[in-house]
Design a protein around this ligand. Sequence first.
Ligand code: GLC
Length: 438
Amino acid sequence: MSNLLTTLHKLALQLTITPEQIGIIANKFQQAMQNGLAGQPSSLKMLPSYLNKPSRKETGTFLALDFGGTNVRVLLTELLGEGQFTVHARAGKPLKNDIEHYNHISKQSTANHLFDFIAQQIATLIKPDRIYPLGHTFSFPIHQIGLNAGALIHWTKEIETTGVVGKDITALLKAALVKQGLEHVVPQAIINDTVGTLLTSAYGNPFTDIGSICGTGHNTAYLEPCAPWTKEPMIINIESGNFDQLPFTAYDTLLDKQSEKPGEQRLEKMVSGHYIGELVRIIACSLFEDGLLASSGPTREILKTPYLLHGAPISLLLEDDSEESNAIACFLNDNLGILNSTIEDRQALKNIATLVTTRSARLVAATYIGILHHIDPNLTQNHTIAIDGSLYEKTPGYADTIQMTLDEGLATTSEVTTTLTKDGSGIGAAIATAIAVL
Ligand code: GLC
């Protein structure tokens, strides 16, 4: 076997999550959920949402504000009942734009800059002569004390805007709305995007009791049958991206060390879109340094640039089934500075991308198994897991791998399925507002 093949074989052993490991991770996840709920030390925050599932009868027109860390979006949404809705108008902008010279998510930006910018986006969509109840999807860990109040615990997804941590997000939004003369926009609810995804799917499907995001970030919410705070059913935002009882490789450790917040969001750093490209780059770089990759053609130092593959279409590597792997050759040339790659280089890269994304899907599925065992120990019910995010929607084989891992790890005859719930964070905010005001 060539040195490259031997190394790829070793890599496969390190990155493959075996059925036995799935069981172990699921059990540890379930235990961490229980510890978090009981207020004992746990990597899982288990944050209350103060929401139950929708009745599916909610109707009315609401403003939905969606702040996830990349864009701010505003949707004027009409809920029609039983899973039906219409979006009447949309507005939105990225949170940073190099051409327009602004960046509201860097250390240099403040809470005032950020929330003034958000209020400006809302202003583009509304008329002066009516009241707009607003729901806010804020996709970060917040400590909620009610449906409409919550303080940011800390930023995730490498956001650094100052003056927001510890502050009540609804209060910051209200102050910015007043500054813009938008007192007729009335915030009524604040939710996590995972909660929004669960609400949106459950608005049409009574079996939905888990909502998850597999995109730039990763996190899951579920319907807790008996929440410790109220002893009633309540949707809980697990903040599962912070789970840390996992089989880390040296590549994961390196990525974590070089990240904004070492030690935090360890699951997210192994599975989510923000980090997967970086993992592929780190692994490719180590093969390159060992003279195993791109050894015959010219290369550029660019391969050593952190987050070089951020936002790059890793799925392109997985999609290319052509004999010469031409699309991968272009990818290597354009994104990694590997000119004149050989077929072996291209296949190696595809192999690495497949290993990393398959591991992501299997780890995510293991956490779903942990949640299912917690809410339905004998698995007597049907369950739908609502998922949004580009990784789940667009990565070839990702959704199938999650489903296969669930089927493999769950001994049940009841149906456990996953479903794509697009726009869950936007529509979910409207549903939460309806629940708040009706
Ligand atoms: C990060 C955030 C979490 C959010 C997820 C998906 O993990 O901490 O709140 O749900 O990204 O956007």
